[in-house]
Design a protein around this ligand. Structure first.
Ligand SMILES: NC(=O)c1ccc[n+]([C@@H]2O[C@H](COP(=O)([O-])OP(=O)(O)OC[C@H]3O[C@@H](n4cnc5c(N)ncnc54)[C@H](OP(=O)(O)O)[C@@H]3O)[C@@H](O)[C@H]2O)c1
Length: 357
C-alpha cells in the first residue's frame, strides 16, 4: 500500500468537493491502486489545520461543514490562524506528498515551487500561477510533477489529451478551437434561440452561473487564461497581454456599479440581435471561442458553421477541437460538462492518481 499525504490550499466550492471525493474514493482506491490518500494539511485564506498523522473522516467532514456554513478553519478545533502556505508545505510535507491548489489566488506560487523543489507533486484547478510570467510557468511545469487538468474544461480531459495523446505521439498541432466558458455558452445558445442579451445575463446571474459582477465573465479574461495555458502547454512562450480578448460589453460599461451595468444591458440587445441574424443568414451561429494557431492565441465571438462541432454545442457544455496532422480531416473533439465543482474536483482527483503512480 502506498500512502500519499495531501496538502490542500483552498476549501471553497471546489476544495470541499475535492475533500468529499477523496473521502468517497478511499476504499476503492485502496483495492484498485493500492493507494491510501490522507490529508495532513488544509488551509483557507485566513487559517490552516495541520495533523502529521492525517485527519480522520469525521474531522475532515467537520472542516467541510464549517466552511459550508461560511466560517474559517480556525473556527474549528483543528485550525489555527495563519496562511503562510510555504510554512505549511515545510511542516506537513513528507517524501510522498501532493499539494492541491484549489484557491483562486496568485499567492500560491512560492509554496508550489517549494513543493516541487522537494520532489512533491502538485495538482491545480487554480489558473493564476500558470498564467503569470512565462518563466514561472516553465519553472512550475519543468519537473513534470505538476498537473493542471481542471484549469481548462474542468473535468473534461483537455490537457491530458493534449499532453499525453497528441504531444506524446509527436502529432503536430495545426489548430485548437474551444469553448471553455459554461457561462458564455449559456449566453450564446440563448442568443441563437432569439432571447435578449440583457435577459440572458440577468438569468445567468440569478442562477449563479456568473460571478457576482457578471463583467468578470463577459470580459473574456477567464477564457483568455485557459487559452494561454493551452498555448504554453504547446510550448508557445506567450504572455497573457499578447492574447487579443473580445469583451462582450463596450469599454464605457467597464466602470460603475453592477446595478448600473445591469441597467445598461438592454442597449446591447439590438446589436446582438443583428449580429445573430447576420450569422444565421449564412447558416452560422455565434460562439465565444478560444482559437490557437501558428503560435498565436485569441478569444472572442466567432461566427461558426451551425453544422460544426462548435455550432452544435449547447448550453454550458465545454468543447475542445484539436486539428493535428493525424486528425486533419476531422478534428479530435472532446465535449462535456465544463463547469461546476464536481467536474472540477473529478479532474483534480484524476491528477492526484496520475501523480501518485
Ligand atoms: N467552480 C468551478 O466550476 C471551477 C471550474 C474550473 C476551475 N475552477 C477554479 O478552481 C479554483 C477554486 O474555485 P472555487 O469555485 O472553489 O472558488 P472559491 O469558492 O472562491 O474558493 C477559493 C478558496 O481559496 C481560498 N483562498 C483564497 N486565498 C487564499 C490564500 N491566499 N491561501 C489559502 N487559501 C486561499 C479561499 O479561502 P476562504 O474560504 O477563506 O475565502 C477559498 O476557500 C479557482 O481557481 C477556479 O478558477 C473552478
Amino acid at each position: 500500500m502506498k500512502t500519499i499525504n495531501l496538502i490542500q490550499f483552498g476549501l471553497g466550492g471546489v476544495g470541499r468537493a475535492v475533500v468529499q471525493r477523496v473521502l468517497a474514493a478511499r476504499d476503492e482506491f485502496e483495492w484498485r491502486y493500492g493507494l491510501q490518500l490522507i490529508y495532513t494539511a488544509i488551509s483557507d485564506s485566513r487559517s490552516a489545520a495541520i495533523d502529521l498523522d492525517g485527519f480522520s473522516h469525521a474531522q475532515l467532514q467537520a472542516m467541510v461543514e464549517a466552511k459550508t456554513a461560511g466560517g474559517f478553519l480556525d473556527d474549528t478545533e483543528f485550525g489555527y490562524q495563519s496562511h503562510d502556505l510555504t510554512a505549511i508545505v515545510d511542516i506537513a510535507g513528507t517524501d510522498e506528498t501532493i499539494v492541491i491548489d484549489v484557491t483562486a489566488t496568485d499567492k500560491t506560487s512560492d509554496a508550489l515551487l517549494l513543493a516541487l523543489q522537494r520532489g512533491y507533486g502538485a495538482a491545480l484547478a487554480n489558473k493564476k500561477p500558470l498564467t503569470g510570467p512565462f518563466s514561472l510557468f516553465r519553472q512550475l511545469t519543468s519537473t513534470g510533477r505538476l498537473r493542471y487538468e481542471s484549469t481548462v474544461g474542468a473535468g473534461v480531459p483537455v490537457i491530458a489529451t493534449l499532453r499525453e495523446s497528441i504531444l506524446a505521439s509527436f502529432d503536430p498541432v495545426q489548430r485548437i478551437q474551444g469553448c471553455f466558458s459554461g457561462t458564455l455558452g449559456f449566453l450564446t445558445t440563448g442568443l441563437e434561440e432569439g432571447k435578449d442579451f440583457s435577459e440572458l445575463v440577468a438569468k445567468a446571474r440569478t442562477l449563479g452561473y456568473t460571478e457576482p459582477d457578471p463583467r468578470d465573465d463577459l470580459g473574456g479574461m477567464d477564457v483568455a487564461r485557459k487559452a494561454l495555458i493551452l498555448a504554453r502547454t504547446l510550448g508557445w512562450p506567450l504572455e497573457l497581454s499578447q492574447i487579443p480578448v473580445e469583451s462582450l460589453f463596450p469599454p464605457e460599461m467597464a466602470t460603475g456599479s453592477v446595478d448600473d451595468f445591469m441597467a445598461g444591458l438592454p442597449t446591447l440587445d439590438e446589436p446582438y440581435r443583428l449580429r445573430v441574424a447576420a450569422a444565421q443568414e449564412q447558416r452560422k451561429t455565434l460562439r465565444y471561442v478560444a482559437s490557437l494557431a501558428a503560435g498565436q492565441a485569441e478569444v472572442g465571438l466567432q461566427e461558426v458553421a451551425r453544422a460544426s462541432a462548435l455550432g452544435q454545442l449547447r448550453g454550458s457544455d465545454n468543447l475542445a477541437a484539436f486539428h493535428t496532422s493525424v486528425y486533419n480531416q476531422t478534428p479530435l473533439v472532446l465535449q462535456g460538462r465544463g463547469a461546476g465543482v464536481h467536474g472540477t474536483a473529478a479532474g483534480v482527483l484524476a491528477d492526484i492518481v496520475a501523480l501518485a503512480d
